[in-house]
Design a protein. Structure first.
Length: 309
């Protein structure tokens, strides 16, 4: 018995030694990435909290603390409230349109028998484009003088119907939304397509035998079973909408006036254009908490309707 116990102790000690060795190696592998992540992500994020209580201009070595003055100014700024309104309008529009179009595209591609991969690639292609490049392309399309839409209307004799999409405050935000939907719908289509392919075909066959039409099958089978995919897509599209920047920077620069200025863009304009880094950092913190709160509410609400297979 003593020999057996001693052998077990030796074996246990060897295993513990191996675990410690592997742990040491894993730490060595993780450490370089962790150091870089700390330097370029964690430290700047924590330092931004400190800067939000200052009047720093982003250039001067002197930093003056002003307490909660930045947050008070944000609360009473009409420009910020206008940007919040634009952000909410754009977020709601993008979440609804991107997800509705993505579901329709996913169902269409799922039913295609020939060249299915080709259709997937075509619909997914806009996602691969740079936001800057895509913004320039659509800025040309919407151009009032030589844009594709204006030229087409002139060719068919309907030049009187031309709209200054990017120069009219009533249409500029719509143009941004159209551009963002065109770019993002293909990404969510892939997620919904994966969800559709995970639904057992037997459920649709049984429903068809019972006399259910296509709409009834979608309403009572497809839509409920896509709840998991919808939770992911709605959350991602909302976060993306709240952070939208590239299209606005290239197409309208927040204009005309402040018609397309969002919270993300006003942070950039104030921080780098007006050299008010402290104020811009305070606004970025407000945006961070807004995204966090909206995301948590979305997850809580949407997960209630998820169906377990």
């Amino acid at each position: 018995m003593d020999k057996v116990e001693s052998l077990q102790a030796v074996s246990t000690g060897a295993k513990v030694g191996k675990k410690k060795t592997w742990f040491s190696f894993s730490v060595l592998f993780i450490l370089p990435s962790f150091i870089l992540y700390t330097m370029f992500v964690i430290y700047p994020a924590l330092n931004s909290v400190n800067l939000s209580f200052t009047s720093w201009d982003g250039v001067s070595p002197n930093i003056h603390y002003i307490g909660f003055d930045n947050f008070k100014e944000i609360l009473h700024s009409e420009r910020v409230w206008n940007a919040l309104k634009n952000t909410l309008i754009m977020s709601v529009a993008l979440v609804v349109l991107e997800n509705v179009i993505a579901i329709l595209l996913a169902m269409l591609v799922d039913q295609v028998r020939w060249c299915k991969n080709l259709f997937r690639s075509i619909f997914y292609f806009p996602v691969l484009l740079s936001g800057i490049v895509m913004g320039f392309v659509w800025a040309i399309i919407f151009n009032y003088n030589f844009g594709v839409i204006s030229q087409l209307l002139d060719r068919i004799g309907l030049g009187s119907l031309k709209i200054d999409w990017l120069g009219n405050p009533d249409y500029a935000l719509i143009a941004i939304i159209i551009t963002a939907v065109w770019k993002g719908a293909g990404y969510y289509m892939i997620i919904y397509l994966a969800g559709l392919q995970g639904i057992p075909q037997e459920l649709h066959e049984a429903a068809a035998i019972d006399g259910a039409n296509r709409w009834q099958q979608f309403r009572h089978i497809t839509f409920p079973l896509l709840a998991g995919s919808m939770t992911v897509c709605v959350m991602l599209s909302m976060i993306s909408a709240l952070k939208i920047f590239d299209q606005i920077a290239v197409m309208t620069d927040g204009g005309p006036g402040f018609a397309t200025e969002t919270l993300t863009y006003i942070v950039y304009k104030v921080g780098f254009g007006e050299l008010r880094q402290g104020y811009g950092t305070a606004m970025s913190l407000v945006l961070f908490f807004l995204i966090l709160i909206v995301s948590l509410i979305q997850i809580k609400v949407l997960r209630k309707r998820e169906v377990q297979m």
